[in-house]
Design a protein around this ligand. Structure first.
Ligand code: PLP
Length: 387
């Protein structure tokens, strides 16, 4: 008997990395050492002070719903964080606490897109964006981006692909999977163009804080007119706590409140109390130390991969990913990644998970393992290439 399923759910694309994870698990059960470079989350545990704040909240019985837009003290603390870090003043009423950046993306797209309308996205890009749009019966226009635009959308590309059904554009800086940034001047140009077209720009800043060599920015320094998504998952090391936030332009808050009430009611209460500690200046000292460790890992891995023969056209300056061209070794990166795992125990994410553009020639390395593991993984990849 065929299950009754909506077309929207049955045609959602799976993550190929799940196959890789299942294969890695099976190999690990056979006793093989696995080098996990496919994982998109920090390897560090959540900082002790944040964990303790969560435990205290539980002990104090903070286990009920919060308002749908989030705990008022957390919304204030996020505003203070922007003030301290970027010297920008944000009215806390524009800050919405969400279940991860994932919750924020759902809210933003639900708020901006009707069925049949479209949003412009970069290819390669974070795969859930197009799937969330699909769940809403909205469409995505995936714009191929390469080294010439820093693997990012820019005003020219957006102008070229905009059509009468386009309502929004979404960018991520730093980006997943490429770790590249959108420079401030290009972001401002993008904002201006989209405003002229009466659309909305969504900027995913989930990897903010994990920026190396260059100054960290938020689009909020330059514009109040965008939807800005952020999260406690990456820089704050709280993936499993499922907490994020979004800053929205004035006028959208009541609508977002209604959508949030209906979609998830509120973000997890314990996580919100723990996040108050995550945002404290003292906690940031430890988080910045972790950021410095990520930088050290990138500084090891990038030249090591280049030496092996991978082509990395733009130096990643943020997040914890390297998106490498592997066409010197294969024109089918998914099969190649599976063989690499099988033979040498190194798990990567194939390009196909991030879109279609040159996907077969790329794979993503996540440096979410300690330096020693990365060194061993590089030796294993070397042996695989030379076999
Ligand atoms: C670019 C980007 N946006 C959003 C998310 C969702 O993150 P979360 O829901 O854990 O905050 C991720 C997760 O990897 C991501 O890479």
């Amino acid at each position: 008997m065929t299950l009754p399923l909506s077309k929207r759910s049955s045609t959602l694309s799976p993550f190929h990395v799940m196959d890789i994870l299942a294969q890695a698990k099976a190999l690990s059960q056979q006793g093989k050492t696995i080098y996990h470079m496919e994982v998109g989350e920090p390897d560090f545990p959540t900082s002790e002070c944040i964990v303790n704040a969560g435990i205290d909240a539980l002990k104090q019985g903070k286990t009920h719903y919060t308002p749908a837009l989030g705990l008022p003290e957390l919304r204030n603390a996020v505003a203070e964080y922007y003030d301290r870090k970027f010297s920008v003043t944000i009215d806390p009423s524009r800050i919405i606490i969400t279940p991860g950046a994932s919750g924020a993306i759902q809210l933003a797209m639900t708020c901006l897109l009707d069925a049949g309308e479209n949003i412009l996205l970069a290819d390669p890009g974070y795969p859930c964006n197009r799937n969330i749009a699909q769940v809403l019966a909205a469409e995505t226009i995936a714009i191929p981006v390469g080294a010439e635009s820093n693997y990012q959308l820019n005003a020219d590309l957006v102008a070229k692909h905009w059509n009468e059904k386009t309502r929004a554009v979404m960018v991520a800086t730093p980006s997943n999977p490429t770790g590249t940034l959108l420079p401030a001047d290009q972001l401002i140009e993008l904002c201006q163009l989209i405003k002229k077209k009466q659309g909305r720009l969504i900027v995913d800043e989930i990897y903010q804080g994990l920026v190396y060599d260059v100054e960290d920015h938020t689009i909020l320094e330059f514009s109040d007119d965008c939807f800005v998504i952020n999260s406690f998952s990456k820089y704050f090391g709280m993936t499993g706590w499922r907490l994020g936030w979004m800053v929205v332009p004035e006028g959208y808050v009541d609508t977002i409140d209604r959508i949030a009430q209906n979609i998830f009611l509120a973000a997890p209460t314990v996580s919100q109390y723990a996040a108050l500690t995550a945002l404290k200046a003292e906690t940031q000292i430890e988080l910045d130390r972790r950021r410095d460790e990520f930088k050290q890992r990138r500084d090891f891995l990038l030249p090591a991969l280049e030496q092996l023969g991978f082509d990395i056209a733009v130096k990643p300056q943020g997040a914890f990913y390297i998106y490498a061209n592997c066409e010197r070794f294969t024109d089918d990166s998914f099969t190649w990644v599976k063989q690499l795992l099988n033979e040498q125990g190194v798990a990567l994410t194939p390009g196909i998970d991030f879109g279609e553009y040159l996907a077969d020639k790329h794979c993503r390395f996540a440096y979410t393992q300690c330096l020693q593991q990365l060194e061993q993984a590089v030796d294993k990849i070397d042996a695989f290439i030379k076999r």
